[in-house]
Design a protein around this ligand. Structure first.
Ligand code: HEM
Length: 118
């Protein structure tokens, strides 16, 4: 399964598309429920591509943190969209979304594969 683990490109592609779909759905640029459905498919692709990197390259505890943060970020996206649909408050989840987003990007870019910015 080299295409999943030789580089981080596939993983990056899946989460970039996922984040774009999330912002389209969350900001109301498109009111289509289909966007949320396609986003859920991308959650799975993010998990598969991230999970493959994890199981191949995990060398330390920081990988476990990255894994957890990625999952929490997906959970916040889902909470925001579901609560918006029910007209419930999303403020807390937006704050958590941005915290987890920065933390996930930080750890992803810190770890050894691909880009190594920090
Ligand atoms: C929307 C959610 C996610 C975002 C924004 C995200 C972001 C990133 C970023 C920025 C990188 C670094 C890419 C590079 O340096 O080339 C990365 C790598 C990685 N991600 Fe994610 N990720 C997400 C979800 C996940 C999930 C759910 C998992 C685990 C199942 C995961 C596991 C990994 C692993 C293992 C790496 C490789 C780390 C390395 O050695 O550089 N990610 N991710």
């Amino acid at each position: 399964m080299g295409f999943l683990t030789d580089s981080t490109h596939l993983h990056i592609t899946t989460w970039v598309i996922g984040l774009i779909l999330f912002f389209i759905a969350a900001t109301g640029i498109s009111k289509s429920k289909g966007i949320h459905m396609v986003l859920r498919l991308f959650y799975i692709l993010i998990l598969i591509s991230g999970g493959a990197l994890f199981f191949k390259w995990r060398v330390n505890f920081e990988y476990d943190i990255k894994f957890l943060l990625g999952i929490l970020l997906i959970a916040m996206m889902e909470m925001i969209l579901v609560r918006q649909a029910k007209n419930k408050s999303t403020n807390v989840f937006w704050v958590l979304f941005f915290i987890f987003l920065f933390a996930t990007l930080f750890y992803g870019l810190k770890l050894q594969m691909g880009f190594d910015l920090f």
